[in-house]
Design a protein around this ligand. Structure first.
Ligand code: 5GP
Ligand code: ZN
Length: 113
C-alpha cells in the first residue's frame, strides 16, 4: 500500500531503528516508546489488521516466534513483558498495518485505559 506508513518502513523508504528482519517480518523501535523496551513487529506484507489475515496463513505464529526471540535478546524473559495488538478504532490502532507491540523493562498496570 503506497500510502501506508509501516509499508514505507518495511520498504525502507522511511528510516527506522531496525532490530530484526527476515523475508516476512521486520521489527523496529517505536518512535514514542512507552517503556524501556518498546519494539514494533510487522509483517512485510500489508494486512490492515489481524482480522484480515486469511485462515491458514501462519504469519501470526511467525510474528510470535520473532517476539519470543526479541524478548530473550532484550533480557525480558525472566521478569516478563507485554505483547499488544491494537485492532481498529476502539482497539486504539493508529497505524492501519497489522503490528504487534513488544513492551517491557518496567512493571505494567491492568486493565488498559
Ligand atoms: P498503534 O497505536 O497503531 O497500535 O501503534 C502504532 C505505533 O507506531 C505507536 O506506538 C507509534 O508510536 C508508532 N509509530 C508511529 N509512527 C512511527 C514512525 O514513524 N516510526 C516508528 N518507529 N514508530 C512509529
Ligand atoms: Zn502497510
Amino acid at each position: 500500500m503506497s500510502d501506508c506508513l509501516f509499508c514505507k518502513i518495511a520498504n525502507k523508504e522511511i528510516p527506522s531503528e531496525i532490530v530484526y528482519e527476515d523475508n516476512r517480518v521486520i521489527a523496529f523501535k517505536d518512535i514514542a516508546p512507552q517503556a524501556p523496551v518498546h519494539i514494533i513487529v510487522i509483517p512485510i506484507e500489508h494486512f490492515d489488521c489481524v482480522l484480515n489475515v486469511p485462515a491458514g496463513n501462519d504469519i501470526i505464529s511467525h510474528i510470535h516466534s520473532v517476539i519470543n526471540r526479541l524478548a530473550i535478546k532484550y533480557d525480558l524473559a525472566q521478569k516478563g513483558f507485554r505483547i499488544v495488538n491494537n485492532c481498529g478504532d476502539d482497539g486504539g490502532q493508529s497505524v492501519k498495518h497489522l503490528h504487534y507491540h513488544l513492551i517491557g523493562g518496567r512493571a505494567m498496570g491492568w486493565p488498559p485505559g
